[in-house]
Design a protein around this ligand. Structure first.
Ligand SMILES: Cc1cc2nc3c(=O)[nH]c(=O)nc-3n(C[C@H](O)[C@H](O)[C@H](O)COP(=O)(O)OP(=O)(O)OC[C@H]3O[C@@H](n4cnc5c(N)ncnc54)[C@H](O)[C@@H]3O)c2cc1C
Length: 428
């Protein structure tokens, strides 16, 4: 009897899991591994701000699921999950439409023996009026591409009018901070491409944060340093500011002030995907995440697991596993090991989260962060080129989980060489 393992969501967690399982069991005729994703291409989510400003090009740096699956022992299925029925062990995928809006694949049912949900998270607007209508939520490849198109059009116009381009970002977590820093450096690059009339003075970047400091989840020293760097770059910081409405003009704050912005980004908060509202037979939390036990098993259901940002796993400390790439990767490793144990009829082991610290990129040349543990006790502060190299090594680790260390290194060298030939910026 063939065992069907179906993984939905090919991001930091799901793709790493599918790759490991595929490499281990891909040639076993009794184990069938499928990875379902609504996109055809994977970009590591912490790189989305680079897609948004055009520093990386998804058509070159993106991993194509179908090709990767062929080489790594799993089958890729294109589609978006819209229903899950544990009583019949079936999920339903929505129809697939082409760019003209014509249906090219009808809705389908897919049966599983083991189901893994790894759909990631989305930004949380906390029902702020106007946010959905006027903001770009930088939480998917589509939204990063949308931002990129808007930015390129705005810069083209700015070069003619020499007016001011206001960009407002709500949320000074890693996403907001990294985007603000990257935007500043984009101006230098576009000038090299003939946008001579634009200077940094034409860009008005506003970073709005409800907390009284940026990077509120990180140690004081990290946020203070990042704050200094952003201020030097000319990013305006609005700290302790609550946005109560978003309009076409900009962000209306609780004190009634309007922070004007032509391009508005919402990068605050994380919640589970909306589609989970349809999963009435699964335990879904108020933040739309799937409630799982310490082995990532959906509470009360034996054959369904959830991991990464879409899952709520409460640690022994009482805190949930944070929505971070390192947590998603660690969860994928544990679930892979547990699926192997289960096949050998051995008990699964609980997930143990290890916080290695956090690194925040401040564009191509610098980063800032704290590292935990292994080099000395407690955490310590890193910044500049060293932090940047460490930040790059995180991506290298992700690639290694997808390709293996040797191929990942070859891939990175090839990418570096290609960069000499390619434009510094994706300009359209
Ligand atoms: C701009 C940005 C910067 C970040 N920077 C950092 C950082 O510096 N450090 C850090 O630790 N973390 C960072 N994060 C958070 C980190 O990226 C996430 O915690 C991590 O990617 C979560 O992994 P995941 O596998 O759970 O979800 P994801 O990586 O989001 O993957 C989810 C996958 O599910 C697919 N999917 C979604 N819905 C459906 C559906 N209905 N049907 C089928 N497929 C679906 C998506 O296409 C995607 O491929 C950042 C996030 C963002 C948005």
């Amino acid at each position: 009897m063939v065992q069907r393992i179906v993984i939905v969501g090919g991001g930091a967690a799901g793709l790493a899991l599918a790759s490991k399982l595929g490499r281990k069991f891909g040639k076993n005729p009794l184990i069938d591994i499928s990875l379902i994703d609504k996109n055809t291409v994977h970009i590591w989510k912490p790189k989305l701000h680079e897609v948004a400003v055009g520093v990386i090009d998804q058509s070159i740096e993106g991993l194509q699921y179908r090709d990767h699956g062929l080489k790594n022992g799993y089958r890729y299925i294109r589609g978006a999950i819209e229903q899950c029925d544990p009583s019949t062990k079936t999920i339903q995928l929505a129809p697939v439409f082409n760019d003209e809006g014509e249906m090219i694949i009808a809705a389908r049912n897919i049966e599983y023996d083991t189901l893994v949900l790894a759909l990631g998270g989305v930004s949380n607007s906390f029902n702020t009026p106007g946010a959905e209508k006027h903001c770009i939520f930088l939480d998917s490849l589509d939204s990063a591409n949308l931002f990129h198109h808007k930015l390129m059009d705005a810069l083209l116009q700015l070069n003619e009018t020499q007016d001011q381009l206001g960009i407002g970002i709500v949320g000074a977590g890693a996403t907001g901070v990294e985007l603000a820093a990257e935007l500043h450096h984009v101006i230098e690059s576009v000038r090299e491409y003939g946008y001579q009339n634009i200077s940094k003075d034409h860009l008005d970047i506003n970073l709005i944060e409800a907390s009284t400091k940026i990077l509120p989840q990180l140690p004081e020293q990290v946020s203070t340093r990042a704050q200094t760097v952003l201020s030097k770059l000319g990013v305006k910081l609005h700290l302790g500011v609550q946005v109560k409405e978003v309009t076409k003009e900009g962000f209306v704050t609780a004190t009634g002030e309007t922070i004007k912005a032509n391009i508005k980004v919402w990068a605050a908060g994380v919640k589970g995907p909306k589609v989970f509202e349809n999963f009435t037979q699964l335990p879904v939390t108020p933040r739309n995440q799937i409630d799982v036990d310490d082995c990532m098993r959906v509470k009360g259901i034996d054959d369904i697991y959830a991991l990464g940002d879409c899952a709520q796993l409460i640690l022994p400390s009482g805190k949930p596993v944070p929505p971070r790439a390192q947590a998603a990767a660690q969860m994928a490793d544990r679930l892979y090991a547990n699926i192997c144990l289960k096949m050998k009829q051995q008990p699964e082991k609980p997930f143990v989260y290890k916080d290695y610290g956090s690194l925040v990129s401040l564009s191509r040349f610098s980063a800032v962060g704290n590292l935990m543990g292994s080099l000395r006790s407690g955490d310590f502060f890193v910044e500049g080129h060293v932090a940047r190299l460490m930040y790059i090594s995180l991506y290298q680790r992700h690639l290694a989980s997808l390709y293996g260390w040797f191929s990942a290194s070859v891939y990175r060298i090839a990418q570096k060489l290609l960069r000499w030939q390619r434009p510094k910026l994706k300009l359209h």
